[in-house]
Design a protein around this ligand. Structure first.
Ligand SMILES: N[C@@H](CCC(=O)N[C@@H](CS)C(=O)NCC(=O)O)C(=O)O
Length: 212
């Protein structure tokens, strides 16, 4: 399999964790976001959305990290990233989507570029925007965890799931922007537990071939 990825891309990071956890080998095809390679014709012929990640599996191209993770979980062997019970699956998908749909799009590269230019924001203005959406989103995660009471060592009991694949990269991003994580003790504890595992350690940005 070939994974189109960028070391700092948190959506790519989700898929790298999932593949490592399921012990699936892949070749990394680096797409540099700062160089704008994701918007070049070459890459657009792979993913017309101009976003990373994308995955090539036996000549088929897949996009959107959550769809990729669910596909891998359905067709490839290895530990399951989605629970078998429909209610538990809905819980894991809900947690994953709080990160992927409620936080990430608001803090994505093209969103930050747009607000910087259209509203003439300086670096501090952009950072304040970033931290605001992290705080709102992590508050959602934290209260959801407390209400559902399904987390254990990981987001879903003691089983690594797609929710952990989503949460950990978002915590990395939050740390990069110096967000205050003290109000989210469950998020921090789950992150620390995941980061003891080789699948997560090997998937982190600093371990990628394109890390600066
Ligand atoms: N919902 C997509 C998000 C993909 C995405 O936005 N990737 C970012 C990097 S994390 C990207 O390619 N950004 C380019 C841009 O915003 O111009 C997914 O889950 O795969």
């Amino acid at each position: 399999m070939k994974l189109y990825t960028f070391f700092r891309s948190s959506a790519s990071f989700r898929v790298r964790i999932a593949m490592n956890h399921k012990r699936l080998k892949y070749e990394a095809a680096i797409v540099s976001l700062p160089k704008g390679e994701h918007l070049e014709a070459n890459y657009k012929s792979v993913n017309s959305q101009g976003l990373v990640p994308a995955l090539e599996d036996a000549g088929r191209l897949l996009t959107q990290s959550l769809a990729i993770i669910e596909y891998l979980d359905e067709v490839h062997p290895g530990p399951k990233l989605l629970p078998s019970d429909p209610l538990d699956r809905a819980y894991v998908r809900a947690l994953s989507q709080i990160v992927a749909c409620e936080i990430h799009p608001l803090n994505n590269l093209r969103t930050l570029k747009y607000i910087r230019k259209a509203y003439k924001l300086d670096e501090e203005g952009v950072n304040a925007w970033y931290r605001h959406w992290i705080a709102e989103g992590f508050e959602m995660v934290e209260s959801f965890l407390k209400r559902e009471r399904k987390h254990g060592k990981f987001c879903f009991r003691d089983q690594v799931t797609m929710a952990d694949c989503c949460l950990v990269p978002q915590v990395f991003n939050a740390q990069r922007y110096n967000c205050d994580l003290k109000p989210y003790p469950a998020v921090v504890r789950l992150h620390e537990e995941c980061m003891k595992l080789e699948a997560f350690i090997a998937a982190q940005p600093s371990k990628q071939p394109d890390a600066a």
